[in-house]
Design a protein around this ligand. Structure first.
Ligand SMILES: [Zn+2]
Length: 376
């Protein structure tokens, strides 16, 4: 009996030692890797922004709001030990075709599944682009939001099949089905993603266009503008570009009369020199307004609360066999640059050394919470 108790004590001591070692290495990594920023991320913001005043900063000891009496909510202390950094970077992933042989614009079904599993297991949680933009980032504390985007409305993104009884069934290997499967499997994997479609036949099955667009919105996905017929907006006139953007919206509205198309992914990543008409325009009686414009390349985006966040030039990470693993590794090596949520969409939490990156105009009245990362 005594021997057993001694063993338990020993095991406990060993576990404590391991936890201590683990947290020390974690902190050390955060402190030493800041100088290794690659050039594309080195546009350091200026330091003119004053720190938030005392009464804007929630004291670290304060309990989280809305903690139900029955639920054991995390305290602020618990959350700060997860090293939240809501001024860290966010990946907006860009996919094209799913299925078939792997290629430069094509991810196999297996690789797509494994991307999502890897992301999930490494603490990434999908959010819709519009929620990222508005700061409605509702992911668990200590996890990282990411955005899924799919260009071109290919068949492998959303395919219906007919079974032996001629019943229409969702192809379990199309991107939409795989995302729904992930959401079914993991409670905190939300159905999210934006499909940048063009016409006349998005997802390439004429008979199902309406059914698909309605289903996407019902499930919680977003639909974006990719010009009417994938026009290169840098190579056509301003008038033609306005028409191409408005006709895309007009076509989506034909199927979804109440839907608001709110973002644009540039076909070929091509942007005309003068680009104000990409933001908003009118053709015949159709108006369009884009709150976000997505580029084709090539790195993670700044936090939506950071000074260098520009919704009209949002970079995307190409989700292929090179770029996605590269950026996942980058964030493993530089965890202090990665967005980690505090789990509360109403509070923006970050380490003090990031304070000069905060765009005070982007906080939308949310509570700001700074902490000293040496203390946690
Ligand atoms: Zn495209």
């Amino acid at each position: 009996m005594i021997k057993l108790t001694q063993e338990v004590v020993l095991i406990k001591a060993l576990i404590l030692l391991l936890i201590l070692l683990f947290s020390l290495t974690g902190t050390g990594c955060r402190q030493t890797t800041a100088r290794n920023l690659p050039p594309e991320n080195s546009n350091e913001p200026s330091i003119e922004t004053p720190l938030p005043t005392e009464n804007e900063i929630a004291p670290p000891g304060e309990e989280t709001e809305n903690a139900g009496p029955e639920e054991a909510e995390n305290t602020v202390e618990d959350i700060l030990h997860l090293h939240p950094n809501e001024l860290g970077q966010v990946m907006i992933l860009m996919y094209h075709e799913i299925g078939g042989e792997e290629g430069s614009w094509r991810r196999t079904v297996e690789n797509f599944r494994s991307d999502l599993e890897t992301l999930y297991l490494e603490g990434y949680r999908p959010v819709n682009l519009m929620d990222l933009l508005s700061g409605n980032i509702n992911v668990p504390p200590g996890t990282t939001p990411f955005v899924l985007t799919f260009d071109d409305g290919t068949l492998g993104q959303f395919r219906y099949l007919e079974d032996e009884e001629n019943k229409t069934v969702l192809d379990p290997d199309c991107a939409v089905a795989i995302l729904l499967e992930m959401a079914e499997k993991y409670d905190d994997f939300s159905v999210a993603g934006t499909f940048y479609i063009y016409y006349p036949v998005p997802f390439r099955q004429q008979a199902y266009v309406e059914k698909k667009l309605k289903a996407l919105v019902e499930w919680g996905f977003e639909i974006g503008n990719h010009a009417y017929n994938h026009e290169n907006l840098a190579k056509i006139s301003r008038e033609e570009a306005i028409k191409a953007l408005a006709k895309n919206v007009q076509s989506t509205l034909k199927y979804l009369p109440d839907y608001q198309v709110r973002s644009l992914a540039l076909p070929y990543g091509a942007r005309p020199r003068e680009d104000d008409h990409l933001l908003a325009g009118i053709w015949e009686d159709i108006t369009y307004k884009n709150e976000a414009i997505l580029l084709v390349g090539a790195n993670p985006a700044p936090s939506p609360y950071a000074k260098n966040f520009d919704p009209l030039r949002l970079p995307r990470v190409r989700a292929d066999g090179q770029e996605l693993p590269k950026w996942l590794e980058y964030f493993r090596q530089h965890p202090h640059l990665r967005y980690f949520s505090d789990g509360d969409p109403e509070t923006i939490t970050f380490p003090e050394e990031f304070a000069d990156k905060l765009a005070e105009t982007a906080t939308g009245g949310k509570k700001i919470r700074l902490y000293n990362s040496d203390d946690y």
